[in-house]
Write a protein that binds this ligand. Structure first.
Ligand SMILES: [Zn+2]
Length: 292
């Protein structure tokens, strides 16, 4: 018996996904998956996006490259990385050449972030809007209509940030000058946007840099939990050590709400906005649990 059906299916697939088959769709490599996800939103489903850091069980501060990372970067039309030391391995890979005309976006440059500042800049609300504007103007546009599409999607993205900004305003108004602490600086910019006063920053920087916090820093941290001067503990589940584990237990015993935060975008959140909304929801839930 003849079986023409598979041929028909293939043709239908071709028709539906024509844009996937364009040879000139840009190949985008993002150092981190939250930038990769946003780039996919702007470039469209036809673009090939590879995100290097996406494993929720891996400490990005400890990441080292391998041959497949080097190949992906060498073959990219567009490279996006965070900068100011968060992903200095990318600086090294970019120094070894690449495709002619390659577009390189260092996100820190877009918001004038400087070396030595908290490198977790994607938690700062203005960062992703700056990135989408940059993508709209610099993504390769092989078809004349592409540029218009990129601009439209960038504007859509910025509009999609409104619930995040609204939730920030709402939490800030309900909990003015709240004092909080964290095991690692990942949530720092969002805490700042919320108007929170952050305790134990030096401790957090040591954890980030895989340096043992001093006995004094650890004692001050414990005190901030047992005395309830810290109203929330932001716990970075991706960058942990025995000291952060112990502080988490102290917070649990003392009844300080713990809000889990991560470096990379967890797989269960399809977009950056969904991810941020979920973390802000957890902040609200933690504060509500405390006031009961
Ligand atoms: Zn970190």
């Amino acid at each position: 018996m003849e079986t023409p059906l598979p041929v028909i299916v293939c043709l239908a697939t071709l028709g539906l996904t024509g844009s996937f088959l364009r040879a000139d769709n840009p190949k985008i490599v993002a150092a981190e998956n939250f930038y990769g996800g946003v780039a996919q939103q702007i470039a469209g489903s036809g673009a090939t996006v590879t995100s290097i850091l996406s494993n929720p069980n891996q400490d990005p501060h400890e990441f080292t490259t391998d041959a497949s990372t080097a190949r992906a970067v060498a073959d990219a039309d567009v490279v996006i990385y965070s900068g100011i030391g968060y992903d200095s391995w990318m600086d090294k890979l970019l120094g070894t050449g690449g495709k002619p005309g390659r577009v390189v976006i260092c996100v820190a440059d877009l918001i004038s972030a400087k070396d030595g500042e908290n490198p977790h800049i994607w938690y700062d609300p203005p960062t992703m809007p700056a990135l989408v504007d940059k993508l709209a103007t610099t993504l390769p546009a092989p078809d004349p209509t592409d540029r218009t599409l990129y601009r439209q999607r960038a504007d859509d993205f910025k509009a999609s940030m409104k619930p995040v900004l609204d939730q920030i305003v709402s939490i800030k108004a309900a909990h003015p000058n709240l004092t909080v602490t964290a095991t690692e600086p990942v949530f720092g910019y969002m805490a700042g946007a919320l108007g929170f006063k952050m305790l134990n920053y030096d401790f957090q920087v040591n954890v980030m840099n895989d340096t043992e916090p001093t006995a004094q820093q650890t004692a001050a941290f414990e005190q901030s939990l047992t005395s309830h001067s810290a109203k929330i503990l932001f716990y970075n589940s991706q960058v942990t050590d025995p000291t952060t584990d112990r502080l988490k237990k102290i917070a649990q015993t003392a009844g300080v709400p713990i809000v889990g935060v991560t470096e990379t975008q967890p797989l269960e959140h399809k977009t950056y906005v969904e991810w941020m909304l979920a973390e802000l929801h957890d902040v609200e839930a933690g504060l509500a649990a405390q006031s009961r």
